[in-house]
Ligand binder design. Structure first.
Ligand code: 3HC
Ligand code: NAI
Length: 698
């Protein structure tokens, strides 16, 4: 019987046994896969006719890792180690044949084979760090023994995979097949196994090697310094480093014990739970309950962007980056030239940093054309409007789009808060109108809120979601309301921040609390970066908010060196401005306020709980499909720390009863609509429920 378990089979062809894993979608190491490898290895070892074993996978990829869905459940035997031992200790050559991605536990299994043969496009990586973990099946001890310490540090702290050519170069792979495809890979692996037999090659176990472990003593301090900024607050990168230190200094089994201990600590902690939750949350966001997977989509062969300013330029780059020709239309030649030159400078900066080649600069610029005539949009499959945030202007622009765009073209607005239904109503084809709310800088930030209007057609939604994926964005579908999901919640933090300033907190104190929580920057530093005068008009300013006062006193933020902070013209270093603090105190006094000291805990709660409350209202109203979509928005659009899972998951981990109690107390003490508890949140708190368990709506 070739079937060993539901997902693993064993075929014997002469002297070669082939164990094939077929566990769609990604051949994760579910219990029946572990059992199958174990049984297959023992059967092959016991069969005297078999002289060598090839382990290969069916479908789109080699084993992509442990089955993450099993992590939250009680352990199911057999352990992976039994299967790995059976491979590593086999007295017959074992060859892993790798295509697609050998990730995490998948690579750890492959490293227990004596040899590895790869398809040309195969990738190898230990991405556990991205799940708040470290490789827990010997990978931390085996990888440095194959690739050397420095390379292993790079791979395990970034979680990024390497390709076949690099894997061959550093010794992780013994041979690369000539062509892609299951048959070509199997033939290459079987051929390699026969050659090993013919040559009588020794079977070296990676665990017994130490030839690559010599390292520069500064290598650990260097990597810690290099990743410090990017990984602030995360536990897993440091734990991965400690395991490699153990590999470099201790015997294999002692290193393995370190790995096991640190893996256990990470696995039982909140960070890895949050990061695993996020892994699935990001994938869930692509699923729209009322839009079937097979909804026909419009392929975008050419795009148009109206407005080549801060956002339009970045949006155009997104298209060019994936080879889609794009036309930018500006209101005059001067603005057009400025927009195009900013794009060129951005590309040149990327080339100088080495993230793209200098040829790429030319190729991408050649895909971007400029015009001052909207008529040039006539053959575009999508038009993205990125002009000033003014509803009347947007309506008139969309009326023009309606008369120019070809039938079936997607008409998208990059508005950050305005009513997409009102914009759609300015056209005779509201079913083609949708919001695509990119985040600044649009060529860098991963998030795109896709805003579904009342009349937006399912095909337009499906096409826009697919296009967002094509241009490497994480798209989250949201409904129409002021500010959609992200900005609507941000406004709540802003309202409470202003109140706390008037009560006696300083911008620097609020920023520090938010930064310490894990955001890259606090709200006031962020406002300074974006520009304090966005949406501010001198003639309408009445000195009624701190921000208006700032603008009236000539403070524009980083761009003129003065905002909530004073900026060093050379280094751009920010220093709190005593004049600003005095201005806020005077303003507070004029309103009868007596300054007091606010604790960091009070500031944190008052910044974040109104956001959770608003998130619950957003769910209630069906503006977001599911709570995890809100988390995906906040993590990718605003830098909410991934290791806390996003606002809704974070609230779940605190306990909704506690969160609701604090919101109700604050409502009684401070008043305000944003503190009025969401009935949904109150219900979940009363029932002992969580946002996570709510599921999807619509
Ligand atoms: N366990 C369970 N399900 C998984 C999975 C895993 N390791 N990896 C992917 N899936 C699921 C996804 O949830 C998705 O399900 P859905 O279709 O129901 O939404 C489906 O497989 C397809 O995944 P993607 O949409 O991500 O498909 P792509 O083709 O874009 O990417 C991939 C494929 C590169 C393999 C990507 O899925 C990926 O990076 N997976 C995670 C790899 C990983 O982190 N491995 C390490 C796991 S931890 C580990 O091994 C611990 C060990 O050290 C003991
Ligand atoms: P911007 O002021 O940098 O750019 C707007 C551009 O549109 C200017 O170059 C202007 O010349 C051009 N323009 C104005 N009217 C035009 C017309 N009738 N025809 C052709 N071009 C015209 O503004 P920014 O920041 O790029 O914002 C654009 C839109 O994106 C706004 O709706 C804004 O709310 C939204 N947005 C902005 C974000 C940001 O952080 N800047 C973030 C997300 C959305």
């Amino acid at each position: 019987m070739p079937e060993l378990t539901q997902s693993v089979r064993l075929d014997v062809d002469g002297e070669i046994a082939v164990i094939t894993i077929d566990n769609p979608p990604v051949n994760a190491l579910s219990f029946h896969v572990r059992q199958g490898i174990y049984d297959g290895m023992h059967a092959a070892a016991a069969d005297d006719a078999v002289k060598a074993v090839v382990l290969i996978c069916a479908g789109r990829t080699f084993i992509a890792g442990a089955d993450i869905t099993e992590f939250s459940k009680p352990p199911v035997p057999p352990s992976l180690q039994g299967a790995q031992d059976a491979m590593e200790n086999c007295t017959k050559p074992v060859v892993a044949a790798v295509h697609g991605t050998a990730l995490g536990g998948g690579l750890e299994v492959a490293m227990c084979a004596h040899f590895r043969v790869a398809a040309p496009g195969a990738k190898f990586g230990l991405p556990e760090v991205k799940l708040g973990l470290l490789p827990g099946a010997g990978g931390t001890q085996r990888l440095p023994r194959v690739t050397g310490v420095a390379k292993a540090l790079e791979m395990m702290t970034s979680g990024e995979p390497i390709g076949s050519a690099e894997a061959l170069d550093c010794g992780l792979v013994d041979r690369v097949a000539d062509a892609e495809g299951h048959d070509a890979l199997l033939a290459a692996a079987v051929g390699f196994a026969r050659q090993v037999l013919a040559e009588g090659r020794p079977l070296t176990r990676i665990r017994d090697r130490s030839d690559k472990l010599a390292h520069d003593p500064g290598v650990f301090a260097d990597i810690r310094q290099k990743i410090a900024h990017r990984t602030r607050g995360f536990l897993a990168p440091e734990y991965n480093i400690r395991c490699i230190e153990a590999a470099a200094t201790l015997p294999f089994d002692e290193g393995l014990a370190v790995e096991r201990k640190l893996f256990g600590e990470l696995m039982s902690g909140n960070q890895s739970k949050a990061q695993q939750y996020y892994f699935f949350a990001e994938r869930e966001a692509a699923k729209i309950p009322d839009i079937p997977k097979d909804t026909p989509i419009t392929k975008v062969g050419k795009a148009g962007v109206l407005g080549g300013g801060t956002m339009g330029g970045g949006i155009a780059m997104n298209f060019a980056n994936v080879g889609i020709p794009v036309t930018i239309v500006e209101r005059d030649e001067e603005s057009l030239a400025r927009g195009l030159s900013v794009i060129r400078k951005n590309y040149e900066r990327s080339a100088a940093r080495g993230s793209i080649s200098s040829d790429d600069v030319g190729t991408r610029m050649a895909l971007i054309s400029g015009s001052v005539d909207k008529g040039d949009f006539h053959d575009c499959d999508i038009l993205v409007e990125a002009v000033f945030e003014d509803l009347e202007l947007k309506k008139s622009v969309f009326a023009e789009f309606d008369s120019i765009a070809k039938p079936g073209a997607i008409l998208a607005s990059n508005t950050s808060a305005l009513d997409v239904n009102a914009i759609a109503a300015a056209t005779t084809r509201p079913e083609s109108v949708i919001g695509t709310h990119f985040f600044s800088p649009a060529n860098v930030m991963k998030l795109c809120e896709v805003v579904r209007g009342e009349k937006t057609a399912p095909e337009v939604i499906a096409s826009t979601m697919a296009l967002a994926k094509q241009i490497n964005k994480i798209a989250v579908l949201v409904g129409v309301c002021h500010g959609f999901v992200g900005n609507r919640m941000l406004f709540m933090r802003g309202i409470e921040g202003e109140k706390m300033l008037l009560e006696g907190a300083t911008p620097a104190q609020i920023d520090k609390v938010i930064h310490d929580f894990g955001f890259p920057m606090g709200p006031y530093a962020m406002n300074d970066l974006a520009g304090l005068d966005i949406g501010w008009k001198a003639e309408k300013s009445s000195g009624s908010t701190v921000r208006e006062l700032m603008c009236e006193s000539g403070r524009r933020g980083q761009k003129n060196g003065r905002g909530y902070y004073v900026y060093d013209p050379e280094t751009r270093a920010a220093t709190p401005d005593p004049e600003v603090e005095e201005m806020i105190r005077a303003f507070a006094r004029s309103r009868g306020g007596e300054p007091r000291t606010l604790s960091d805990q009070e500031i944190l709660e008052r910044c974040l709980y109104p956001m959770v409350n608003e998130g619950a209202k957003i769910l209630e109203e069906g503006i977001a499909i599911r709570a995890s979509d809100i988390d995906v928005v906040w993590i990718n659009g605003y830098g909410w720390p991934l290791y806390t899972g996003g606002p809704m998951f974070w609230a779940d981990t605190i306990g909704l009863a506690e969160v609701a109690a604090r919101i109700n107390e604050n409502h009684a003490r401070l008043g305000g609509e944003h503190w009025k508890i969401s009935p949904l949140l109150q219900r979940l708190a009363d029932e002992g429920g969580t946002f996570q368990k709510l599921g999807a709506k619509r």
